[in-house]
Design a binder for this molecule. Structure first.
Ligand code: NDP
Length: 305
């Protein structure tokens, strides 16, 4: 039979395109785990996806209860996912004050990290032999050209997170830093999971798919940024890709035998379909094993497992 892949936030952007490629391969049934059923259905239809190749299920990562309900449904249906892609993310660049999830977490950390953290942990038995994939961003790394643009990611010793303050390092709320910090958490979690579970057969990896300026993630950005950032990415970092190409890359990391090494953070050496995947560097903060483990412990406390 077919393999099953769960993709969170697959109602638009890279997640939906990735779902399209996996479903079209004929080898995969895709579960679109989304907060808006109607939007995912419409999006899948727009891309011409065959309705027999996917299932839409409700998952709102801004609510731990919703995560628990989703996992209960998966288990009740006896679904054994061969892959899980932690793709959903929010970025609210114009916010002056933090938004909160149902459980009172700042939204970027709550949705992008803690919701996925609980999801993975509750599905641990089902995922033992599976691939788990995180979507990283080059801007998580202050050592990269794109990551140098302020505000830079900085997690420090995670004191703010431990106290459930809006910012992980306890500084004043800054929405773009909150987004980048949450994406560092995705890399830390990937590395910690690799350490804990790869010897048991799990393949855990992350990818930087390229910069996709046309994706809805940039919906709240206006003016110079929408005009300038894509040009910067195209000519300076040479990482501007279409949302379709980004989806193809996601599908590759999920399914390709060539991209099956655990603990790897992938990037591509170009902007088009001929580009090949290679191992990417993670930021200094993300390299630190003690921080990986500390994040795991604090996150366990925050989500109550
Ligand atoms: P999109 O905004 O299109 O995708 C994000 C998805 O997350 C949306 O489908 C959104 O759902 C979903 N989502 C948001 N909040 C929740 C929630 N509470 N519960 C469930 N789902 C939720 O942007 P992209 O496709 O660009 O982003 C996908 C991933 O790629 C992210 O992890 C992002 O960090 C990463 N990335 C993006 C880059 C880019 O250049 N765009 C570069 C590098 C990484 P809804 O439709 O309901 O809003």
């Amino acid at each position: 039979g077919k393999k099953t892949c769960i993709i969170t936030g697959a109602s638009s952007g890279i997640g939906l395109e990735g779902a399209k490629f996996l479903a079209a391969s004929g080898d995969w049934h895709v579960i679109l785990a989304v907060r808006s059923f109607a939007k995912a259905e419409a999006g899948a239809k727009d891309l011409g996806m065959d309705p027999s190749t996917y299932t839409v299920m409700n998952l709102d990562l801004a609510s731990l209860n919703s995560v628990r309900n989703f996992v209960a449904e998966i288990k009740a249906a006896k679904v054994k996912p061969d892959a899980l892609v932690c793709n959903a993310a929010v970025w609210h660049p114009k916010d002056k004050k933090p938004r909160r999830t149902a459980d009172g977490f700042e939204e970027a950390i709550g949705v992008n990290h803690l919701g996925h953290f609980l999801l993975v942990n509750l599905l641990m038995d089902e995922l033992k032999q599976s691939r788990v994939v995180f979507i990283g961003t080059e801007t998580h790394n202050p050592g990269s050209i794109a990551g140098k643009i302020p505000p830079q990611a900085h997690l420090g010793d995670l004191d703010g997170l431990a106290k459930n303050e809006p910012m992980i390092d306890g500084v004043k709320y800054e929405p773009t830093k909150a987004y980048k910090d949450s994406k560092v958490c995705n890399v830390l979690m990937m590395r910690e999971m690799n350490k804990r579970y790869s010897s048991g057969g799990m393949v855990v990896s992350a990818l930087f798919p390229g910069c996709i300026a046309e994706s809805p993630l940039f919906r709240e950005k206006r003016g110079w940024f929408r005009a300038g950032f894509p040009v910067f990415q195209k000519f300076v970092t040479r990482q501007l890709v279409s949302v379709e190409e980004a989806g193809r890359r996601m599908a590759d990391v999920v399914s390709s035998d060539k991209l099956s090494s655990s603990g790897t953070y992938w990037r591509w050496n170009g902007q088009d379909a001929e580009a090949t995947a290679r191992e990417n560097v993670v930021s200094d903060e993300a390299m630190d094993e003690a921080r990986c483990e500390k994040l795991w412990q604090i996150s366990s406390d925050l989500v109550g497992i």
